[in-house]
Design a protein around this ligand. Structure first.
Ligand SMILES: [Zn+2]
Length: 343
């Protein structure tokens, strides 16, 4: 309902040339739109989770719209400096990607090069040297792929029943059992992958073939070096994709992450993105001590010079965001409309 009202308002605004007026206004001049992307599908991942993945064609279309609206795309570091010195050009945009999956290298990177846009990649590094799928996402995706099948939990986990994977509720139940099993047994990353392999055996899925496609895997160090050498700005996203509430552990996440990035990209990363958008004011002095310059969230808004530099909002762009809504953000008019909550 809210979405329909908003779409209609935006369509009327476009017809009335408010997009034009809004984008030319001084108001939009002093504000920064930071875009956030996650996965760009290698295959059909967006059909499984359209909030996490989008097809490459949609990313290309978004970039075309940025060009059509004459939005200057700035490197993150420059944009942050100019946000606070109030010297941003009109309609300034920053493009960011999270995590550093192999699909970034294979799908997003060629489109970034094609348009010549600066882009920041917030990279999580623990799995970077691991060459195996990330358990949580891969398990959920593979259960979705196996929706015509039945998972035999008794054989796989030594407890539970046969779960028919036809519905979302049943797939979630199967995932919860797998996750609990890994947690109770304190499985390492490697043991979790063994469990994933056994799950594939149980569901007659070719695990080796799945691994070879590199879906839900991070880029390796050589690939990170290659994108960094080509100008992608690789920045901090914690080593293990988590934000501990203890200073020593939090700072270790940044230090380990930074060390791995420096090894591949040869500079000291100073911009941070909260994994899963989990931010907390307790982190601010710890980031300060680590020399972190800015931190981005997944809250939807434009940044102004009044925005806390450790709470820079981002528009998480997904398949469910319509073209007119996206244009509304580029021109700034969406800022005045009611917002849906993003996770
Ligand atoms: Zn992330």
């Amino acid at each position: 309902m809210l979405k329909t009202i908003k779409q209609n308002l935006l369509k009327s605004a476009k017809m009335l040339r408010f997009f034009d007026l809004s984008s030319k206004s001084r108001w939009r001049q002093n504000k920064l739109l930071i875009l956030a992307y996650h996965g760009i599908s290698l295959e059909d991942e967006h059909r499984w989770d359209s909030s996490l993945y989008m097809p490459p064609d949609l990313l290309r279309r978004r970039f075309e719209l940025i060009k059509q609206h004459d939005c200057p795309v700035l490197p993150l570091n420059e944009a942050v400096e100019r946000l606070y010195s109030q010297t941003l050009p009109k309609k300034a945009v920053v493009i960011t990607f999270d995590d550093g999956n192999y699909d970034f290298y294979q799908r997003a990177f060629p489109i970034i090069k094609e348009f010549g846009f600066p882009a920041t990649l917030y990279l999580t590094t623990f799995y970077s040297g691991y060459h195996k799928p990330i358990f949580n996402v891969a398990a959920k995706y593979l259960l979705w792929k196996a929706q015509s099948k039945t998972l035999d939990c008794r054989t796989l986990l030594g407890r539970g029943e046969q779960i028919n994977l036809a519905t979302e509720v049943e797939r979630q139940k199967a995932y919860d059992l797998l996750f609990a099993h890994a947690l109770e047994n304190k499985f390492s990353a490697e043991q979790k992958n063994d469990l994933l392999e056994e799950m594939c055996g149980n569901l007659q899925i070719d695990y080796a073939e799945f691994c070879a496609k590199r879906l839900m895997q991070l880029m390796n160090a050589a690939e990170v070096s290659k994108i960094a050498a080509a100008g992608v700005d690789v920045q901090l996203h914690t080593h293990r994709h988590r934000v501990p509430l203890e200073e020593r552990l939090f700072r270790r996440e940044i230090e380990d992450n930074r060390r791995a990035i420096t090894a591949a990209a040869d500079y000291r990363a100073t911009h941070f993105c909260y994994p899963s958008g989990e931010h907390d004011a307790r982190f601010f002095p710890w980031m300060e001590a680590e020399g972190v310059v800015s931190a981005t969230t997944c809250e939807t808004a434009l940044s102004t010079s009044q925005t806390n530099r450790f709470l820079l909002p981002r528009l998480v762009d997904t398949c469910s965001l319509s073209e007119v809504e996206f244009e509304g953000w580029l021109t700034g008019i969406s800022h005045f409309l009611p917002q849906r909550k993003t996770s």
